[in-house]
Design a binder for this molecule. Structure first.
Ligand SMILES: [Zn+2]
Ligand SMILES: [Zn+2]
Length: 101
């Protein structure tokens, strides 16, 4: 009886620790941001947690696939800003004045 309870308790503790680790990592490295991407109209910067929906019903982050739907492989040449509602060419979302190293 005692052994079983300890095992469950250990499992719960590990789960909490894993979640905490992910949160800290995200904050430190700012992995939530998509660097070099912003709305050409209102300059809003999307993050990895922002989602777009395809006409096939697929929901995903369009900047992780360069506008291609992972559900039906449709290539979206225009991307709608979720802030100002404007449709812009997908390529225009990528900042072009970034310095190359
Ligand atoms: Zn916008
Ligand atoms: Zn689709």
């Amino acid at each position: 009886m005692l052994l079983v309870s300890s095992a469950i308790l250990l499992a719960v503790i590990s789960l909490v620790l894993v979640n905490r680790g992910n949160t800290t990592e995200t904050k430190d490295d700012q992995k939530d941001d998509l660097p070099g991407i912003r709305c050409p109209i209102c300059k809003w910067r999307p993050s990895r947690s922002d989602m777009w929906m395809c006409e096939c019903g697929e929901v995903w982050n369009t900047f992780e696939t360069r506008g291609e739907c992972p559900g039906c492989q449709k290539k979206w040449h225009k991307t709608q800003c979720t802030q100002c509602g404007s449709w812009s060419d997908h390529e225009d979302w990528y900042e072009k004045n970034q310095q190359r190293r």
